[in-house]
Ligand binder design. Structure first.
Ligand code: PLP
Length: 397
């Protein structure tokens, strides 16, 4: 008998993957430049030159046996120390190498944390809509449950009353993703401080710590004057999950980490438990070469000009036509209202009538909205505008 849970995960349709596959097929028929694919969050700016230069240097200069061999399970001490130094420089934290555990991207970091925090079948993780659909898989990995907080429309900050009602006796953590996929919203420091106050109160009431899991692959993707609060600064019991998938445009290299500050409740035991969970899912000894690369490139800042230009052109173009959306401050997503209120039907119409591939909000826990990943060429944005215009004229507001 096969494991039915995994069979279900393996066969469940993925709207995003299907849209992407449709786009590839359509491109063969109508031409690549007539398909406007806003479906995938795959970075469109190249990794900084220093990344490739470092890879070349390491390959040329170092022993290939060591470079392609195993590292220690939690990653190289020197890599973790470089990351800790970067965190100390930028944030009010005393981060140490011993508090960092390297993972094969942010997804296994989140899964390891989910497994480490789940000890009873009723344990639950609270997620805030709109949220990354994979949370429905990741946070059940240890056998626990997911509870959802309804979206705070139209600003997509966090409805604190709804959060307070959703956190219950069995809540082990609240997942915070800022900058947010899919809304592009950055939660304000004030919002996070209020959440911290709620969670402190609830932790005392229920007699166990309720952690924040800060899911931060978009931390460095911030525009204008917006600021991303480093959540351990406002809430002690915060576990940070990070990757360089988006910030250094390295999603295929699978590299990230979990940061478990010692000041976290049960800090050292928690770190050891996360290490054990990472062992079970095989997210140990992440790629050696890429660990060495992030060690040298940890201070590199992404050049966000192209995303920022896309963000402005897309937001201005769509809102001038009458589409409704909040201007995103971070990540590379724009979340807009489906003009006819039906995100599934609108996404399908955009696909079939205009070859515009946009993702319904339903999968993000937010029906009625549509996600556009603007990590595309600026030409795609400009060329797709007439199609968006025809769609709003036809499907109205
Ligand atoms: N968390 C969020 C909100 C994401 O959008 C993604 C990827 O798109 C991940 C986690 C997973 O990141 P990684 O590719 O580093 O595993």
């Amino acid at each position: 008998m096969l494991n039915q849970k995994y069979y279900g995960y393996g066969t469940a349709p993925s709207v995003i993957r299907e849209l992407f596959a449709y786009g590839l097929e359509q491109a063969k028929i109508v031409g690549k430049d007539k398909v406007y694919d806003y479906s995938l969050g795959n970075p469109s700016i190249p990794a900084p030159a220093k990344v490739n230069d470092t890879i070349k240097k390491l390959v040329d200069e170092e022993s290939s046996i060591l470079l392609h061999g195993y590292s220690m399970a939690p990653g190289f001490e020197s890599t973790r120390e470089a990351i800790a130094a970067n965190l100390r420089k930028r944030f009010n934290t005393n981060a140490k190498a011993s508090e960092l555990f390297m993972t094969c991207g942010c997804a296994p970091a989140l899964i390891s944390v989910a497994c480490a925090l789940t000890s009873e079948p009723d344990d639950n993780f609270v997620v805030i809509a709109p949220y990354f659909p994979e949370y429905n898989v990741f946070f059940k990995a240890g056998g626990g449950k997911v509870r959802r907080v309804a979206p705070d429309i139209p600003d997509f900050q966090i409805n604190l009353e709804a959060l307070e009602e959703t956190v219950n006796h069995d809540t082990v953590a609240v997942v915070i993703n800022s900058p947010n996929n899919p809304s592009g919203v950055i939660y304000t420091k004030e919002t996070l401080e209020k959440i911290a106050a709620v969670l402190k109160k609830k932790s005392v009431k229920y007699g166990h710590p309720i952690y924040i899991v800060a899911d931060e692959p978009y931390r460095e993707l911030v525009y204008g004057d917006a600021k991303v609060t480093f959540i351990p600064e406002v809430y002690d019991d915060t576990i940070v999950c990070y990757s360089w998938s988006k910030s250094l445009s390295l999603p295929g290299e699978r590299i990230g980490y979990v940061y478990v500050p010692e000041k976290c409740a049960n800090g050292q035991a928690l770190y050891a438990t996360i290490a054990g969970a990472a062992r079970e899912i095989g997210s140990v000894c992440p790629p050696t070469l890429i660990q060495r690369v992030v060690e040298e490139c940890v201070d590199c800042e992404p050049d966000l000009l192209a995303y920022d230009e896309n963000r402005n052109d897309l937001y201005n173009g769509l809102t001038e036509m009458g589409y409704e959306c909040a201007k995103p401050d971070g990540a590379f997503y724009l979340f807009m209202k489906a003009p006819n209120g039906d995100d599934m039907a609108f996404s399908e119409a955009a696909k079939l009538e205009e070859n515009i591939l946009i993702v319904p909000g339903t999968g993000f826990g937010c029906p009625g909205y549509i996600r556009l990943a603007y990590c595309v060429s600026n030409k795609t944005i400009k060329d797709s505008m007439p199609g968006f215009k025809r769609l709003i004229e036809k499907y109205g507001k």
